[in-house]
Design a protein around this ligand. Structure first.
Ligand SMILES: [Zn+2]
Length: 368
């Protein structure tokens, strides 16, 4: 997909501290505060220095002017987290007073709202949403590192920022979702993607994906994850809103109302609904599983006790060195873990082989 930059920019100083290109579509905005009072020129000098090892896609000076420091097609070094920075447009905002609550000027605030609206419009993010964790389309630095960023003032204005941005976005027409034909989907249903649909996070859906039928691998509220294709030779594990899919073939589900009983050891990891580690089993013994789901080749079971989910089985997955999608996925995984394999082009290049070799060496040394 082609990336563009904001027309609101009045100063450009591209930082060497970035990865080109980003390896994920843009689906988020991350707002940071500078913990300082700066102009875009001063921020530009800072991120021009390779030794600082930091950058941001945009920064907003205390006077409200907006600067570009990392093109939107590239990943900035801003949130101490490759997962977020690859998916996000990062914005550093100058403060107007030193110290708590680290407020920002009216000019900077106005520019921040305008810039967020512009980013959402150009990248198909239909709504700026703060969920309190990394799943929302608005994320903050503290979700990924031990920092107070974006500090009290911006945190206290989170809802207002979302409301102001969304009010302007609702005036924009996105591809309207067709009416829901069947809101009741089940894991295992074969579905097709409605025309004009986007991924759950707002990212564009490639043509080869939108032209195939997919099996739902998990479902949670309005969020369905598409897994294998109808032919069974691809597995994309991509989330989509259920209003954007149409049922092709319904799965026959058998549910055991009493649940299945399984034994777990003390220390077995428990995950919450979002797949985040939330605790461990304290007492070894038999537990009742009332629901099962498969995500990213891991089969989870939901404990009747309400504690959360545990891993039931790790599914074996195959890797075909001649399959471009397989190689591309490997390259993105390696890049996310910090191993440089050049661009994620699906070609088993020398750089990719080196990155894989390096990662394997580190893995074996770790588990010796
Ligand atoms: Zn920050």
């Amino acid at each position: 997909m082609g990336y563009t930059n904001s027309p609101l920019v009045s100063y450009t100083q591209i930082s060497p501290n970035r990865n080109s290109p980003r390896n994920q579509p843009i689906s988020k905005i991350t707002i940071h505060h500078m913990a300082g009072i700066m102009s875009v020129e001063q921020f530009g000098n800072l991120v021009a220095n390779p030794a600082r090892e930091m950058s941001a896609n945009y920064a907003i000076g205390n006077d409200g002017r907006i600067g570009l420091f990392c093109p939107e097609g590239d990943r900035s070094w801003c949130s101490s987290d490759a997962w977020n920075d690859n998916r996000s447009i990062t914005i550093e905002v100058s403060n107007n007073v030193y110290g708590e609550p680290w407020s920002i000027s009216n000019e900077a605030y106005e520019s921040l709202i305008k810039l967020c609206v512009d980013i959402c419009k150009r990248n198909g993010i239909s709504k700026l949403e703060f969920t309190g964790n990394k799943n929302g389309s608005l994320t903050y630095h503290y979700m990924f590192a031990a920092t107070a960023c974006p500090a009290t003032w911006i945190k206290n204005h989170t809802q207002e920022i979302c409301d102001k941005v969304n009010a302007q976005l609702s005036a924009v027409s996105f591809n309207p979702a067709p009416p829901v034909q069947n809101a009741q989907f089940n894991v295992g249903d074969l579905v097709k993607i409605n025309s004009g649909a986007r991924y759950y996070t707002g990212g564009a859906i490639p043509t080869w994906v939108s032209q195939s039928n997919w099996y739902i691998s998990s479902i949670n509220g309005d969020r369905a994850v598409l897994g294998k294709n109808e032919q069974g030779d691809k597995d994309i594990q991509s989330p989509i809103n259920i209003s954007n899919i149409t049922l092709v073939k319904q799965v026959i589900t058998t549910t055991t109302p009493t649940g299945t009983i399984k034994s777990f050891d003390k220390g077995t990891i428990i995950y919450d609904d979002n797949g985040t580690k939330s605790g461990v089993i304290d007492v070894a013994g038999k537990y009742t599983i009332i629901e099962e789901k498969t995500e990213n080749f891991v089969k989870y079971g939901k404990l009747k006790s309400g504690l959360g989910w545990v891993v039931l089985e790790r599914l074996k997955r195959t890797f075909d060195i001649n399959n471009k999608d397989n190689v591309k996925e490997l390259q993105m995984t390696l890049a996310n873990k910090g191993f440089d394999c050049g661009s994620a082009d699906g070609i088993m290049s020398d750089k990719t082989i080196n990155a894989m070799f390096q990662s394997l060496c580190e893995l074996w040394l770790q588990i010796k």
